[in-house]
Design a protein around this ligand. Structure first.
Ligand SMILES: *[C@@H]1O[C@H](CO)[C@@H](O)[C@H](O)[C@H]1NC(C)=O
Ligand SMILES: *[C@@H]1O[C@H](CO)[C@@H](O)[C@H](O)[C@H]1NC(C)=O
Ligand SMILES: *[C@@H]1O[C@H](CO)[C@@H](O)[C@H](O)[C@H]1NC(C)=O
Ligand SMILES: CC(=O)N[C@H]1CO[C@H](CO)[C@@H](O)[C@@H]1O
Length: 201
C-alpha cells in the first residue's frame, strides 16, 4: 500500500465511482485496446435520439433496458440525456420498477480528434479523461462507442452499438464488430439490450 500515494488512490476511487455510475463495463487484464475516433464528425447530424442495440454487461446493478441517449446542441458542447428502465417479469408481463434518467454534457478536449468526447453527468464527480470515443457512425443507422479506463495492470472497458430505430440491429453489425475486434476489443462481451415493450413508444 505504501507505493500507492493517497492522491493516486483518491483518483482511482473517483474513476471507479464514475465507472459504476456509467453502469456497464468489463474488466480485462493489460492495456486498454487502442480504439480511435473517426477522423471527422458532423455534429448536427449526430444529434437526436439513439437507442442501445447492444452494450457491455452490468456488474453492480440490475440491468437497465429500454435505454436511450438523446443528444442536443449546447453551444460548442453537446447536451446528453440518458434514459432507461429497471424492469422485472411479473406473471409474464414486464413491470417498470423505476424510470432512470441522467443528464450531462459532452465536450471535445482535442479539436484534432472531433469524435472523442469527455462526457460528464450531473451529480457525478467530473472527469477530465476522454470517455466517449465514436469509432464509427453513419449518423442514420449506427454509432459504435468505446471507452476504457487504464488501471495498473487492469482496464475497464465500456462499449455500445447504438441505433436510430429501437431494437433494430444495424445491417452491417458483423462488420462493425469486426472493426472493434481488430482494435483488440472482445465483442463476445456484448449483449443485446431488451428494447421490447418500452414506455413512450
Ligand atoms: C493507436 O491507433 C492509432 C490509429 O490507428 C495510431 O496512430 C496510434 O499510433 C496507435 N497507438 C498505439 C499506442 O498503438
Ligand atoms: C427521457 O425521459 C424524459 C423524462 O421522462 C422524457 O421527457 C424523454 O422523452 C425521454 N427520452 C426518450 C428518448 O425516451
Ligand atoms: C415510467 O414512465 C412510464 C412512461 O413515461 C410511465 O407510464 C410509468 O408509470 C413510469 N413508471 C415509474 C415506476 O415511474
Ligand atoms: C444500410 C442501411 O441500413 N441504411 C439505412 C440507414 O438509414 C437510412 C435512413 O433511415 C435508410 O434510408 C438507409 O437505408
Amino acid at each position: 500500500m505504501a507505493s500507492v500515494s493517497l492522491a493516486k488512490f483518491a483518483a482511482l476511487m473517483i474513476l471507479l465511482f464514475v465507472a459504476a455510475v456509467n453502469g456497464q463495463f468489463v474488466i480485462k487484464e493489460g492495456k486498454c485496446p487502442n480504439v480511435t475516433g473517426q477522423a471527422t464528425l458532423e455534429k448536427a447530424q449526430y444529434l437526436g435520439v439513439w437507442y442501445e442495440y447492444e452494450r457491455f454487461p452490468t456488474i453492480f446493478e440490475a440491468n437497465l433496458d429500454c435505454t436511450s441517449a438523446t443528444y442536443g446542441a449546447a453551444g460548442k458542447a453537446i447536451s446528453v440525456r440518458n434514459n432507461g428502465t429497471l424492469r422485472i417479469d411479473l406473471f409474464g408481463r414486464k413491470v417498470i420498477l423505476e424510470n432512470n434518467t441522467i443528464s450531462g454534457m459532452a465536450t471535445v478536449p482535442n479539436p484534432d480528434r472531433p469524435a472523442e468526447f469527455i462526457v460528464n453527468f450531473d451529480g457525478v464527480p467530473t472527469t477530465k479523461t476522454t470517455n466517449y470515443i465514436i469509432q464509427e457512425t453513419d449518423y442514420k443507422n449506427y454509432s459504435v462507442i468505446f471507452s476504457c479506463i487504464q488501471l495498473e495492470a487492469l482496464n475497464l472497458q465500456f462499449a455500445w452499438i447504438l441505433t436510430r430505430v429501437r431494437g433494430l440491429a444495424p445491417p452491417n453489425l458483423a462488420q462493425l464488430e469486426n472493426k472493434l475486434t481488430a482494435a483488440g476489443v472482445d465483442v463476445t462481451e456484448f449483449f443485446v439490450v431488451d428494447q421490447k415493450g418500452c414506455p413512450g413508444k
